[in-house]
Design a binder for this molecule. Sequence first.
Ligand code: ATP
Ligand code: MG
Length: 579
Amino acid sequence: MKKKKEERKRPSNFIRNIIIQDIKSNKYGGKVITRFPPEPNGYLHIGHAKSIVMNFGFAIEFNGRCHLRFDDTNPTKEEQEYVDAIMEDVRWLGYDWGEHLYYASDYFDQFYEYAEQLIKMGKAFVCDLSPEEIKEYRGTLTEPGKESPYRNRSVEENLDLFRRMRAGEFKDGERTLRAKIDMAAGNLNMRDPVIYRIMHVPHHRTGDKWCIYPMYDFAHCLSDSIEHITHSLCSLEFEDHRPLYDWFLDTLQVEWHPQQIEFARLNLTYTILSKRKLIKLVETGVVDGWDDPRMPTISGMRRRGFPPAAIRDFCERIGVAKKESVVDVALLEHCIRDELNRTAPRRMAVLDPLKVVIENYPEGQEEELDAINNPEDPSYGTRKVPFSREIFIERTDFMEEPPKKFYRLAPGREVRLRYAYFITCKEVVKDKDTGEIVELRCTYDPATKGGNAPDGRKVRGTIHWVSAPHAFKAEVRLYDRLFDHPYPDRAKEEGKTFLDHLNSNSLEIKKDCLMEPSLKDAEPGKVYQFERIGYFCADSRNSRPGSPVFNRTITLRDTWAKIEKRFKEQEKQKKNRKK
Ligand code: ATP
Ligand code: MG
């Protein structure tokens, strides 16, 4: 039976509640327009996926729309490469912004007009303090700031200086345009924040047109307003910026005033989610680029074989909260397994081959056996797997002196070869010099074809195998978590950096794995379950036609399921105790 994905009740969500209220009260004419506003200064990671799933998800749920807007106001760090990668990643996650692709840089002229408007209203001034002096004058959380000596320039002088800033008459850092708000405000963001700075840096879209660039707080609220965004969802660290967001829009009396709503960003155990730190991993060569399968980037996860549906499922399950927390990476892994269990075709591959000769199987004979492609879903059908006198099994599936609970192959013991026959181990052949086991001599029972004995006798172990003359060799990369510490981000508290917590075993390359022939044409990006081993994805970069390289997507062991089971048991016990 095909296991249908259970309809999961969505976790309660305070943002959805706000939206539902707003639709009821006809705020914004009942419309829902959200946006995902990445800065093109790096690749997207799983934290961004949370924001994408939320923003596009609400748009879909409430028949609205979601804009993709590049927040490209800092040309020193931004590049076209990132713009392209971000679009690819959002699409791959399954979302479509339609015609609503925007760039903050498209609004530079409008931002400039708004800035002049503030100057004319006496609400902004050109300041000659250096960046260090501005910081000094700013005060602290306990002390009010000091007003800039340039704060009371006339409108005419401010306009003249601002126009000359734009014309390129001044050097970087020589002057800024600042909002005139309140240097004694309790919220530091309101202490005459800088809204324009001079940067003689070409922009990846506007070229040399500008040498002054707006600050995030100014550009963001205005972009939202220009696009008629209704709900501007951003992460918690912008909560203290909300008064400024509203100040700009109120002061400028814009016709469209979106509301900013903050939510807790995603943190994951064993994972770093900061573009700044991820860039460091890329630049120092710790990983093989942004799409290294160990990276928490969308492109890394794609190369690793994580299905987009599983990532969306994960983002739905973690929900949206107003309080910071750290999600167990085991939950993400659980979602990946859950999806792949239903969708990944099964194949046989041997990572550490040990040769087995079946002595009573006629030499030169071969046959094709039927193997099930996915026990979870009969629509995947069956395939033929070749069988012959010489096969390979996993080295770890044989033990000369097996401990108690080892049910696989051992001297004198009978096991089932998956989809094939029962075999019994008769002899162990060792290398004379090293003592290493090089071959097993076995016999098979022809009556057990397909894996069942007509006399009803049982075997405890079932192992996978490949036929020696038919199998082909392939490289397999065993990926594991990049960090060996659950909170690599907290390294600072221990006087270390996140780089001190790198897992030295996060990649093991195996060159001589043996695969059943049907894997030869594995399509890059496609994920298979190698029976009894895990999920593996044909690498999209290193595979060649007829010669795939496989990345381990994930092992079969589901630690989250165990955690959940334990939790349920505890709950049950609690209930019983109450009774
Ligand atoms: P980083 O801290 O990794 O550099 P960022 O916030 O600077 O991320 P942006 O490109 O500005 O990156 O982010 C685009 C959107 O994604 C923002 O709305 C931001 O709030 C959201 N976002 C970024 N990181 C996370 C996260 N970990 N969880 C949820 N949302 C996130
Ligand atoms: Mg940012």
